[in-house]
Design a protein around this ligand. Structure first.
Ligand code: MG
Length: 266
């Protein structure tokens, strides 16, 4: 049932990726998410979340130095932007959550490396979840990969357990700490479902929240990237619940989503 919710999240990200180009507004991107959730009978987990003020949209859209929680609206996407899209939905009582950062047109070598390292950190975590028995072992390797690349892992925001609710225990940090060496550590065993979401900054890891009370930006104005999947640990290893459809799932998708050559994969 969590896979069903995750597949809706994946479809919504595909719908947004299809219209992402210079000139589109962040509000138009958000509409692609809303329409996908409505078509699939899913409920947004982000709309009206938290506050005050509650988050006013289905998707967090964060561009360049914006790390997370950017509010969609009239902002126009430009060539060279790094556009982070983070969304989640509930379907039949179960949740899915995923994020991706897209490059819009040509970007600098540093920004491409930032995307590669951030996605690489997520993929490393998923791979290590197959063999590690404690999250601290995974987090240590994620942090090392980012540090060895010359970038910084965001520490103020972390991944999370996910199930019937979007944010469930435990907290899932992307770095090692004394707390994670102690009581904050947790077992990786079949049945555990985690939203793994490394956020990586090109410069300082320090963050600032803007006056809208939501948008989080890097203190030095340098770029940030964010990739996330909802991952279930099963007896067959980690499974991407927000990943692309398997062959036997294709029939339930709209025609335009049935061609794997059109998919944005992460
Ligand atoms: Mg999340």
């Amino acid at each position: 049932m969590m896979r069903a919710a995750g597949l809706v999240v994946w479809q919504a990200h595909q719908a947004a990726a299809r219209i992402l180009k210079p000139g589109v507004t962040t509000g138009e991107l958000n509409l692609a998410y809303r329409e996908t959730f409505e078509r699939c009978g899913a409920t947004s987990l982000f709309l009206n979340y938290g506050g005050p003020p509650p988050f006013p949209a289905e998707t967090c859209i964060s561009i360049n130095e914006e790390v997370v929680h950017g509010i969609p609206g009239s902002r126009v996407v430009q060539t060279g932007d790094l556009v982070s899209l983070d969304t989640g939905c509930r379907l039949d009582g179960w949740c899915g959550d995923a994020a991706v950062t897209h490059a819009v047109g040509p970007i600098s070598a540093t920004h491409q490396k930032l995307l590669d390292v951030t996605l690489g950190t997520l993929n490393l975590a998923i791979e290590l979840m197959a063999s590690c028995t404690l999250w601290s072992q995974v987090a240590r390797e994620m942090e090392a990969l980012v540090r060895d690349s010359g970038f910084w892992v965001v520490e103020e925001m972390v991944g999370h357990g996910i199930g019937r609710d979007l944010h469930e225990p435990p907290q899932v940090p992307n770095y090692f700490s004394e707390a994670l060496a102690g009581s904050d550590d947790f077992d990786l065993r079949p049945g555990v479902v985690l939203a793994i979401e490394p956020m990586v900054n090109a410069g300082t890891k320090k963050l600032v929240c803007l006056d809208d009370d939501w948008t989080v930006v890097t203190e030095d104005g340098k770029a940030s990237a964010h990739f996330e999947h909802t991952i279930a640990i099963t007896s067959d290893g980690p499974q991407k619940l927000t990943g692309p459809p398997a062959t036997d799932e294709l029939a339930e998708l709209p025609q335009w989503l049935q061609d794997p050559d059109q998919w944005v994969i992460w």
